[in-house]
Design a protein around this ligand. Structure first.
Ligand code: AMP
Length: 283
């Protein structure tokens, strides 16, 4: 496996693979890889001849008061994990390689980004859409892999690819959890011991909500109400949102009468964590 820092090196590697007629999968990440990322690499290695992992903490998707500086980074550890799972190339650019002086083009989206995380993180999805478009143009993958952990991001990327006729397939992969249920996240490293325990309210609320839906509850307010009550009982937790939305448009729905996403964002101390379930996955 090779680690490269420039766009030119990625292009050269992909060009050589294409000459051999090989297919290419892309796994976009911000690094500090864990088993969630590994599951995406596994899926790509299974489906494609070659797999590129991008490892880039994208400044453009962080708001001014967010955790860009403190976001955990460890390229050696990432390289070991990616190689063990069969990746062929890590693309680890410096911000200046991705955003040269005078950079002024953005990929933006309406509707889908104006709900859920888009409300509390106003510049986030513009940064995600822009960097993912750039990665698609640099790597030109046949398939790209995204986790359902970031369900709104997955929906936004699918929509972008459809709107802009990008010639690749988007694959969504299941959420990987710790043994006690907490969804794996690079941000879990911010939690102290008490917060780590308190963070379990997220996955517990997801379980509670998904069981209600599984048992036939279709009133969105009843599902989100029960989940909110569970989270609010934890003193270290502060709800950002608990919502049920149309899985395709991300707009809130009062009745679960179509494929829906139940998504939550909760602060545990200063750390903002997310979790979710798709109603189609629990029925
Ligand atoms: P990140 O490095 O957090 O930006 O995540 C990179 C990719 O890994 C995204 O597509 C995430 O949805 C995915 N991912 C992160 N955590 C998990 C998880 N626990 N299970 C599945 N996919 C995940």
């Amino acid at each position: 496996m090779k680690i490269v820092k420039t766009i030119e090196e990625v292009r050269a590697a992909v060009k050589a693979w294409r000459k051999e007629g090989l297919t290419v999968g892309l796994v976009p990440t911000m690094g500090y890889l864990h088993e969630g990322h590994a599951s995406l690499i596994d899926a790509s290695v299974k489906d494609n001849d070659r797999t590129v992992v991008s490892d880039f903490v994208n400044p453009m998707q962080f708001g001014p008061t967010e955790d860009l500086e403190s976001y955990p980074r460890d390229l050696d550890r990432d390289a070991a994990l990616a190689e063990a799972h069969g990746a062929d190339l890590i693309f680890n650019p410096e911000p200046a390689e991705m955003y040269h002086e005078g950079f002024s083009s953005f990929v933006d989206m309406t509707v889908l980004t104006q709900e859920l995380c888009g409300l509390s993180r106003p510049v986030h999805f513009r940064g995600v859409c822009t960097v993912v478009s750039k990665l698609f143009n640099i790597v030109t993958p046949d398939r790209a892999y995204f986790g359902k952990k970031d369900a709104q991001q997955l929906a936004v990327i699918r929509h972008m690819v459809d709107d802009l006729n990008m010639p690749l397939e988007i694959i969504g992969c299941p959420i990987i959890r710790e043994e006690d249920g907490l969804a794996k996240s690079s941000r879990n490293t911010y939690l102290n011991a008490d917060e780590r325990k308190a963070a379990l309210v997220l996955s517990q609320a997801i379980k509670l909500g998904s069981e209600l839906v599984k048992n036939g509850e279709t009133d969105a307010a009843k599902v989100t109400g029960a989940m909110k009550a569970h989270i609010e009982a934890e003193p270290l937790a502060k709800i950002d949102y608990v919502k049920l939305v149309d899985a395709a448009t991300m707009q809130q729905i009062p009745v679960i009468d179509r494929p829906a996403l139940c998504a939550i964002a909760v602060y545990i101390g200063k750390t903002r964590l997310i979790d979710n379930f798709f109603t189609e996955d629990v029925k």
